[in-house]
Write a protein that binds this ligand. Structure first.
Ligand SMILES: [Fe+2]
Length: 233
């Protein structure tokens, strides 16, 4: 049967409308089946954000406020602080070596930098010997404070010998914190029966004390003539 052009056009238009309707229906069903396709990602993000924030806060809380219920856990806590203290000291010692003008001081700081590397490795062995590992992501606030305080003055223009005296003071402040921490950890390890760990901690303690005594000798040689030179006339 022949159809007029108008009838054909009307038929084509009707089929196109039907196809468009089917496509729209399909799109709506797909959106219902997969919420990610509904173009409302912002709504999803808004819902997910509080959950993610709570999870992050919980993680932070458990990391920062890890329970310490026994002396074993206290030892791990103390060793973790020491481990991070030694690691934080490495870049600080690099900067201090670069700033020292006295040869003996630079040599002492360079030697102690090498010892500090071995202290980090030794602490890893201590952790292994007691079946623990250092917590990640924390820092020694005592060492951070001393280093920040030390670098505040080093950023200014000062007499090289005065700077050396300040470098010694900063290095000794770090040493004294570490000596106290190693002494406590060594004794606690002994009391808890971790003999090998206690021996390793004693070795580090002895090296820290030797480094401190060396710095005292340099300070005495350096500061006395300096105080005469800078004394008011
Ligand atoms: Fe150290």
């Amino acid at each position: 049967m022949d159809a007029s052009p108008d009838v054909l056009a009307e038929t084509v238009r009707a089929k196109r409308v039907a196809i468009d309707n089917d496509l729209e229906l399909l799109r709506v069903r797909l959106q219902q089946a997969d919420p990610r396709r509904n173009g409302n990602a912002w709504q999803l993000t808004k819902k997910a954000l509080p959950v993610a924030a709570c999870a992050a806060a919980l993680w932070l809380w458990t990391t920062r406020r890890r329970n310490v219920r026994s002396l074993d856990q206290l030892l791990v806590h103390e060793l973790t602080d020491l481990y991070h203290a030694e690691r934080q000291t490495l870049p600080a010692l690099d900067r201090m070596c670069a700033q020292a003008s006295n040869d003996d001081l630079r040599e002492a700081l360079t030697l102690h930098r090498a010892e500090t590397e071995s202290h980090v490795e030794r602490l890893v062995r201590v952790f292994r010997s007691i079946g623990a590992r250092p917590a990640r992501g924390s820092r020694s606030s005592a060492i951070s404070g001393i280093v920040a305080d030390g670098e505040r003055l080093l950023g200014r223009k000062v007499d090289p010998q005065v700077r050396d005296a300040w470098l010694i003071a900063t290095a000794q402040r770090i040493e004294h914190v570490e000596i106290a921490a190693y002494g406590t950890a060594r004794t606690r390890a002994q009391k808890l029966g971790y003999t090998f760990a206690a021996e390793l901690l004693q070795e580090a303690l002895a090296e820290e004390k030797t480094a401190d005594e060396k710095l005292t000798r340099i300070a005495e040689r350096l500061v006395n003539p300096l105080s005469i030179r800078l004394a008011p006339q």
